[in-house]
Design a protein around this ligand. Structure first.
Ligand code: ZN
Length: 546
C-alpha cells in the first residue's frame, strides 16, 4: 500500500509538471544562484524565456510555477552572472596569436632562438613577435638590437614588449621606416646608446613610426583568432569584454562578426582617439548593434611602469632624471573630455603614473561639473598620490583596475617608485572606498584571461604560485564578494549596461555561468572552470560535451 501511494504521488508529480504551469524555454534548478542583486541574495532556481530571466527564486516555487521542455539540474553548483573582463584587448590578443609568441621567454637569447625557429618554420620575410618581458630575465635594463641585427641583417623584425608600450626592432626595420637617431616624436622615445646610435628600442608613441611598415592581418585571420579567444573566455565563464581600444577599421570587423553570429560575447568597444573614430562618434552617436556597444573612447595619458613610460610627479627611483612620458597633450585630453560630454560618450583614460592620474582627475573634474553621471573611467589607476584618492569620490571617477598587475609587478615596482610611493600603488581597497565600485579586468593578453587568477590576486594579493610568501600589501586586498561584483554588476555599471547585465534578476539577460567547483578564495590558489556557460538563455559552452 505504501509503495502504491508513493507511485501515485510520483505520477501526479509527473503529470502536474507536464500539464501545469507557465511555459518557459528553460528552467535551471538545484543550484546556488549568486544573483549579485542589491541584497546579494542567493536563490535556487531560475525560469528563462526569450533569453530573459522571468523569475529567480526558491526551488519549489520555480518548479511549481513553470514548466519547460528543457530543464537543467545544476547539481548544487554555484551560478553567477556571466563574468565580464572590464579591460581586455581582443584584437591585440588576436594579433598576438597570429604572430610569433614571445611570452615567458627567459632571456634575450631565448627570444632570438624563437625568432630563428619561427623564420625557418614559416619562411617569413618579416618577423613580428609579441610578449617579451625583460623583468623575467633578471635585469632592469631594456635590451638592445645588436644580436638581432647579426641574425637578421636583411629582413625587418619588430618584437613588442608584453605591455605593448615598447618594441625592439632591428636596424633593417629602422631603415625601412626612415627612423634615425634624430627622429623625434611627442610622447615617445627612440632610445639611443652612449654613442648616440639607436639601440632598437622604441617607447610608446615612437612605436607608431614603424607601424605603417608592418604587414596588416586580414579580417578573416583576425576573426578566426577572435573566435578562438571567445572559446577560451567561455570556458572561464567570461561572457563580456570591455575591449580597451580599437581602430576605425575594426568597427566593421566586430559588426560583421556579430551579424554572422560568430561573436557571441558582449563587446563594449572603446574607440581609440583618431579623426575617423571621432567622425564615427559624431555621425552615429552611441552605437549599439545587438551585443556590440560603442559609446566610449580610450585615451592614453601616459605609458607603462615596466618601460618607465608612466608619468610621475617625481623622477623614477631607478632612473634619476626620468619622469616618464605624457602620451597625449593636456589640450588634447581636455578637448577629448569636452567632445565626450557633448556627444554623450564615455572617456576611459589609461593612467599609470601619479602625475598622469592627477592630471586626468583634474580634467574629469570639469566633466563632473557639466554632467554628474558621466562615469568617466581611469584605466589602471595604478600609482596615486595619497592626496588625490579623494578626487575619485569628489568628481565621480570610475576606477578600472586589473589585480593581476599588482602581483605581476610586485617583483620590480618598488625599484621604480620606491617605498613611499608604492603605498599609493595598486591600492584597490582605497579606490573602492572612494568611488564605491571598481570595474575589474585583466588587461589580457598582457595578463592571462583566467578570472580565477584575478580573484586570487585581488583577495590574497598573490600569484598562483606565491603560497609561501606574504600577500603584497594586504591592506589593499578586497573581499571575494567585491572582486566578483567588479567582474559582474559593477562592470555592467562601468559600461552603462546595468539594466540588462551584471546580475541575475527578473527582466535581465539570462547570461550566466554554472561553475565546476565552488567559487572561493584561499591562500592556496583555487583553479576553476565553467561547467556550462549561457548567453541570453542559450548554451555557448558545455564542459560535458568535451
Ligand atoms: Zn590595456
Amino acid at each position: 500500500m505504501k509503495k502504491n501511494t508513493f507511485l501515485f504521488s510520483f505520477l501526479v508529480l509527473i503529470l502536474s509538471s507536464c500539464m501545469k504551469g507557465e511555459k518557459v524555454d528553460l528552467i535551471v534548478h538545484n543550484a546556488v544562484i549568486f544573483t549579485m542583486n542589491n541584497e546579494s541574495s542567493i536563490q535556487e532556481a531560475m525560469a528563462i524565456r526569450n533569453g530573459k530571466i522571468i523569475e529567480v527564486g526558491p526551488e519549489r516555487q520555480i518548479l511549481n510555477k513553470y514548466r519547460s521542455d528543457q530543464t537543467i539540474d545544476a547539481k548544487g553548483k554555484d551560478i553567477y552572472p556571466g563574468f565580464t573582463d572590464a579591460h581586455g584587448h581582443l584584437l591585440l590578443y588576436a594579433q598576438q596569436k597570429l604572430t610569433l609568441d614571445l611570452v615567458d621567454s627567459k632571456s634575450l637569447n631565448e627570444v632570438l632562438v624563437r625568432c630563428e625557429k619561427y623564420k625557418s618554420l614559416k619562411g617569413k620575410d618579416f618577423i613580428v613577435g609579441t610578449g617579451w618581458d625583460q623583468s623575467l630575465w633578471g635585469t632592469n635594463d631594456l635590451p638592445t638590437n645588436a644580436e638581432l641585427n647579426k641574425l637578421f641583417p636583411s629582413i625587418p623584425v619588430c618584437l613588442y614588449r608584453i605591455d605593448g608600450h615598447a618594441a625592439l626592432v632591428n636596424d633593417c626595420l629602422l631603415k625601412k621606416a626612415n627612423i634615425t637617431a634624430a627622429s623625434f616624436v611627442d610622447g615617445g622615445e627612440v632610445s639611443l646608446d652612449q654613442n648616440g646610435k639607436s639601440t632598437g628600442i622604441l617607447i610608446d608613441n615612437a612605436i607608431g613610426l614603424v607601424e605603417a611598415s608592418i604587414p596588416k592581418f586580414s579580417d578573416a585571420d583576425l576573426s578566426k583568432a577572435i573566435i578562438e579567444i571567445q572559446e577560451e573566455l567561455f570556458q572561464y565563464g567570461i561572457t563580456g569584454v570591455h575591449e580597451a581600444g580599437i581602430d576605425y577599421r575594426h568597427i566593421s570587423l566586430f559588426r560583421n562578426m556579430v551579424k554572422n553570429g560568430s561573436l557571441k560575447l558582449d563587446v563594449y568597444a572603446m574607440l581609440r582617439m583618431s579623426k575617423e573614430n571621432l567622425n564615427f562618434a559624431k555621425k552615429y552617436g552611441q552605437f549599439r548593434y545587438k551585443n556590440l556597444s560603442i559609446q566610449s573612447f580610450k585615451v592614453w595619458a601616459d605609458g607603462a611602469l615596466g618601460s618607465r613610460g608612466a608619468y610621475l610627479k617625481k623622477s623614477y627611483d631607478d632612473a634619476a632624471h626620468s619622469h616618464g612620458l605624457l602620451l597625449t597633450s593636456v589640450k588634447e585630453l581636455k578637448d577629448m573630455a569636452q567632445f565626450c560630454i557633448e556627444n554623450d560618450y564615455q572617456m576611459n583614460t589609461h593612467g599609470i603614473g601619479d602625475s598622469a592620474n592627477a592630471l586626468v582627475l583634474e580634467i574629469y573634474k570639469d566633466a563632473f561639473q557639466k554632467k554628474k553621471d558621466h562615469r568617466f573611467r581611469i584605466e589602471h589607476a595604478q600609482v596615486i598620490d595619497p592626496n588625490d584618492f579623494k578626487k575619485f569620490a569628489d568628481y565621480s571617477v570610475f576606477p578600472s583596475v586589473q589585480p593581476t598587475h599588482a602581483v605581476s609587478d610586485q617583483r620590480w615596482a618598488i625599484n621604480r617608485i620606491g617605498a613611499e610611493r608604492i603605498k599609493g600603488a595598486y591600492a584597490y581597497k582605497t579606490l573602492l572606498s572612494q568611488f564605491g565600485m571598481l570595474a575589474i579586468g585583466t588587461d589580457f593578453p598582457i595578463e592571462r584571461t583566467n578570472p580565477f587568477l584575478t580573484i586570487h590576486a585581488a583577495v590574497q594579493r598573490r600569484t598562483a604560485t606565491d603560497e609561501s610568501i606574504e600577500g603584497f600589501y594586504m591592506n589593499e586586498a578586497i573581499s571575494l564578494e567585491e572582486v566578483l561584483r567588479g567582474m559582474t554588476i559593477w562592470a555592467a555599471f562601468a559600461s552603462f549596461q546595468e539594466n540588462k547585465l551584471g546580475s541575475l534578476e527578473k527582466g535581465k539577460d539570462a547570461t550566466f555561468v554554472i561553475f565546476e567547483r565552488k567559487v572561493q578564495s584561499q591562500v592556496k590558489f583555487q583553479q576553476n572552470y565553467s561547467w556550462m556557460t549561457f548567453v541570453k538563455g542559450l548554451i555557448v559552452y558545455d564542459a560535458n560535451e568535451l
